[in-house]
Write a protein that binds this ligand. Structure first.
Ligand code: FES
Length: 273
């Protein structure tokens, strides 16, 4: 056994100021890979979704193609210009721009204030810090107690809105079984919309605020068996929240891509029955 006096001693400074010199950290692994991947995927999603909601076209496949497929970026379609068949029962007649912009704030607010995404983008965009045991690139941190980060506390309210959106997207998925005048059926587009709704439910139900909604504020679970069961389910799913966050994010964009390609005539939506 090596004597303590023979071991190589690595100088470590405790209490290095925030934003200290890069050579202070001791990590020799590829710690930069995860923030880089996160940055790349999130930037790609932001660029694509911004482009998609401003297109104001090819977001709905209707009766002319014997389908009923609405892109999740445009659901619910509540603007005056929504194509026939896609329009929601409530219509904002005063809105003349893309319907996607009108509803964007709710899913965007939900993702931006998500506890997992906060960690992801604080690290990858703000480098604050980029990884564990790596120097923070910001000298000061005022926490989430001041504007604008105090808005992160609105997460639970965005979660309530997200649940409403999930119901609407589930209705869209059911509606996708309607094949225009040829009655009910199933196409690849139907399956895409169903999978999208499922992944969004998994992401929302695994949310920390949803878990709190199920079991928070209960002193004795024995007196609330239903809430206990819901809390157990939410807790189980919560362990996979990060995976559901990425899965639902990527898939919601892919769903829009699919609907867009079918609506523009670039591809055909195969019907199974
Ligand atoms: S914590 Fe991620 S959605 Fe609520």
């Amino acid at each position: 056994m090596t004597a303590v006096s023979d071991q190589v001693k690595t100088p470590v400074s405790i209490g290095v100021p925030r934003g200290g010199p890069a050579e202070k950290h001791l990590r020799s692994d590829r710690w930069w890979l995860q923030p880089l991947v996160t940055f790349t995927i999130l930037t790609g999603f932001i660029v694509y979704s911004t482009w998609a909601v401003f297109q104001n076209a090819n977001y709905y496949v209707g009766a002319s193609l014997q389908r009923n497929l609405l892109s999740p970026f445009y659901s619910p379609c509540i603007a005056n210009g929504c194509p026939q068949g896609s329009q929601f029962s409530f219509v904002a007649h005063w809105w003349t721009l893309s319907p996607g912009i009108l509803i964007l704030v709710f899913p965007l607010g939900f993702r931006l204030t998500c506890y997992y995404y906060r960690k992801a983008y604080y690290r990858s965009f703000w480098l604050s810090p980029p990884a564990c045991a790596i120097e923070d690139k910001h000298k000061n941190y005022s926490g989430e107690t001041r504007f604008p980060l105090i808005l992160q506390n609105a997460h639970r309210w965005f979660m309530y809105c997200a649940l409403v959106f999930n119901v609407l997207l589930t209705i869209d998925a059911v509606e996708a079984f309607r094949m225009g005048s040829s009655g009910w059926g199933m196409s690849l587009g139907t399956l895409v919309l169903c999978a999208n709704a499922l992944f969004l439910w998994l992401y929302s139900v695994s949310c920390h605020a949803c878990r709190h909604l199920c079991g928070g504020g209960v002193n004795r679970f024995s007196e609330h068996p239903l809430r206990y069961r819901l809390w157990k389910v939410a807790s189980k799913l919560n362990k996979r929240h990060m995976q559901f966050a990425w899965l639902s994010l990527v898939f919601v964009a892919l769903t829009d891509v699919y609907v867009r390609l079918v609506a523009s005539g670039a591809i055909h939506d195969p019907r199974f029955f």
